[in-house]
Design a protein around this ligand. Structure first.
Ligand SMILES: [Fe+2]
Length: 318
């Protein structure tokens, strides 16, 4: 039913530093909205992929893509039958997003979630905020979101039983987490239950070229407090990435060469979260040490996985 993560809407009280980071460091294209309302951030040939809106409080809405008007109606029916009342998006809101139509509902944590179809193409070619080989999007969607939930069972029911997301892998320690996919992207959603309050943990965006990730990391090293998780490689989607703190506290995982999954995918139990690196600077010291010990154990065992990617650009970019 759901094809991909199509866009996110981020509300922020820190519009200026947000747009500067988006353009200069991440390399997104910033198209300011009138009257300082915010900006449309582009990462490909679509009208927007991240809608940044001026607000008193930070928040983030995921926008999931369905095929057409019929699929949107079907999704609305399925959600309502499962006890999630849906509302139609207004014409103005649809216009702001550049979608033909959308609906929204609230997840078990009370967060607004949107389902949309018909995200239109932009009128102009993508012009990155800094020289870049672009982002890996298309049928894989824009990336993934990881959430911390206070209602783990209910969230898993919503996304798996109601919306048809499929499990990629899961871990039970040091906390419960499930990674779910809707297309060949290894996961479009990560749901974690840490015992802490519900919040957005991060949004992952994927560069096509390794060097573009390295340059984002160079810029982050000039401002070390902006690094939430150091450079490393995840044990499940094999992405090489680091996490940049957004001005609103939640993080952007900037990655390269995530592996994809196919119909023959077997659900895996994860031993840790990363193969190397990914020091989570925000963790309490005991949890940070626990993570270090897991990395050392994986290193002693010699666990390594190949880089498999179709994402690297073949042509040099001027
Ligand atoms: Fe991630």
């Amino acid at each position: 039913m759901i094809h991909a993560l199509s866009y996110v809407v981020a509300f922020t009280p820190h519009l200026k530093p947000w747009t500067r980071m988006a353009a200069e460091q991440i390399g997104l294209q910033v198209e300011p909205l009138p009257l300082g309302q915010g900006a449309r951030l582009r990462m490909d040939d679509k009208y927007q992929r991240l809608l940044l809106l001026d607000a008193n409080q930070a928040d983030m809405i995921m926008g999931f893509e369905v095929a057409d008007a019929g699929a949107l109606e079907a999704a609305g029916g399925v959600l309502a039958d499962a006890g999630f009342p849906v509302r139609a998006g207004s014409r103005d809101e649809a216009e702001l997003r550049g979608v033909a139509d959308f609906l929204w509902f609230r997840d078990p944590d009370g967060r607004r979630v949107e389902v949309a179809w018909g995200l239109r193409a932009a009128a102009t070619p993508f012009q990155p905020g800094r020289p870049l080989g672009g982002f890996r999007t298309g049928e894989l969607g824009i990336g993934h979101v990881a959430l911390i939930t206070e209602h783990f069972e209910e969230m898993c029911r919503l996304y798996k039983a109601v919306l048809g997301f499929r499990v990629s892998d899961r871990a039970h320690a040091p906390f419960r987490v499930e990674f779910l996919h809707v297309n060949a992207r290894h996961h479009t959603l990560g749901i974690a239950h840490t015992g802490g309050p519900a919040k957005i943990y991060h949004l992952m965006l994927e560069y096509r070229d390794f060097d573009d990730l390295g340059r984002a990391y160079d810029m982050a090293l000039e401002n070390p407090e902006s690094i939430g998780v150091t450079l490393g490689r995840h044990i499940n989607d094999h992405v090489t990435s680091f996490y940049l703190k957004s001005p609103d506290g939640w993080m952007l995982e900037l990655g390269w060469a995530a592996r994809t999954v196919g119909p023959d995918w077997q659900v895996e139990e994860l031993e840790g979260m990363s193969l190397w690196g990914h020091d989570r600077t925000w963790l309490p010291p005991d949890k940070r040490e626990e993570a270090r010990q897991i990395l050392k154990s994986l290193a002693r065992k010699g666990v390594r996985v190949p880089v498999v990617t179709d994402s690297q650009n073949r042509t040099a970019n001027p």
